[in-house]
Ligand binder design. Structure first.
Ligand code: PEP
Ligand code: MN
Length: 337
């Protein structure tokens, strides 16, 4: 349920409502907007005495939140979530660009790519050190060695780093090196991992599962948020359909729909969303036009030599062209890159 405070409600009136909510045995989540404050109440709502709350000073009304996701819901938090991660503001007017190789393959490969994507306008460096591969015989990532190279690339370029964590027990290690923990599509409903990332308090990039609905994605985010970790980004990365010309079908609907349903920043991944480098720039522009707060793009200095996802990786010059195109779209809708 949410308690909507009157627009002129005083700090004392707000504090009294929070106190009352807590006395009733619930947690109060306060969202202070420019116009008014909203207090979200989480827990079993059946015994909740709405009348008593509505009679309190400063309260305009109470409303049930009918959707199963609460903390992720825009009803709970009407304004967009905006949070800084190592100097990069996520979720504001600026569209952020996360770029880098699918996998960290060597020290020189990640350093070369990091400088190239930075020069082209990327704000976050990506690169997998623990890779979820369909085949156990495929390259599985460099593990901690890869994390060290990523950290070195951050030292040199100043770009914060996003990298995947595949299991709860990897979190302490990955969090030592990474600024953002990526939860991959295959792990979107690994509830133990979601809870553990929530507990870690580390910013998270949660990718949509291969066949996950919007509600399942939002419920997965709810697991992280419910542990008291508010810095969650959602990522549309395409879903599996009957189409075989592309690796996945990028669901453009997901972007405006998520922006409507949730306050969390929405990131688009046109690389996995298409699986073909020739399509990546066009889909990146479409995603920004649709309201994405950021992009995740795979870039490799020599895609033909890549140990994973070479066919969908852009060469640095093509990535630079992507950034220029995306910047023009962003400016057309009042945002910036
Ligand atoms: C990746 O980002 O390289 C990756 C494995 O993505 P996904 O989990 O979306 O397949
Ligand atoms: Mn990849």
């Amino acid at each position: 349920m949410i308690v909507v405070m009157k627009s002129g409600a005083s700090a004392e009136e707000i504090a009294q409502v929070i106190r009352r909510v807590e006395e009733m045995g619930y947690q109060a989540h306060v969202s202070r907007g420019e116009e008014r404050t909203i207090i979200g109440i989480i827990g079993d709502e059946r015994p909740l005495n709405r009348d008593a709350l509505e009679r309190m000073d400063g309260v305009e009304k109470t409303m049930p939140v009918l959707r199963p996701f609460k903390l992720a819901s825009r009803d709970f938090h009407p304004e967009d979530s905006v949070f800084p991660i190592n100097g990069v503001r996520i979720g504001g007017r600026q569209v952020i660009i996360m770029a880098g190789p699918c996998s960290v393959e060597s020290r020189s490969q990640i350093l070369e790519t990091a400088w190239a994507v930075k020069e082209a306008g990327a704000t976050v460096l990506r690169g997998g050190a623990f890779k979820p591969r369909t085949s156990p015989y495929s390259f599985q990532g460099l593990g901690e060695e890869g994390l060290r190279y990523l950290a070195e690339a951050r030292e040199e370029t100043g770009l914060p780093v996003v990298t995947e964590v595949m299991a709860p027990e990897q979190i302490p290690l990955v969090a030592q090196y990474a600024d953002i923990l990526q939860i991959g599509a295959r792990n979107m409903q690994n509830f133990a991992l979601l809870r553990a990332v929530g507990k870690s308090g580390h910013p998270a990039l949660l990718k949509r599962g291969l066949m996950a609905t919007m509600e399942e994605l939002l419920m997965a985010a709810e697991y992280i948020l419910a542990q008291g970790n508010p810095r969650v980004m959602l990522c549309e990365r395409g879903i599996r359909t009957f189409e075989t010309y592309t690796r996945n079908t990028f669901d453009i609907n997901a972007i405006p729909l998520l922006k409507q349903l949730t306050h969390l920043p929405v990131i688009a991944d046109p690389s996995h969303g298409t699986g073909r480098w020739e399509l990546v720039s066009a889909v990146a522009r479409a995603a920004v036009a649709a309201g994405a707060d950021g992009l995740l793009v795979e870039v490799h200095p020599r895609p033909e030599e890549a140990l994973s996802d070479g066919v969908q990786s852009l060469k640095p010059a093509r990535f630079a062209a992507l950034v220029r195109g995306v910047r023009r779209v962003a400016e057309a809708i009042g945002r910036e890159v």
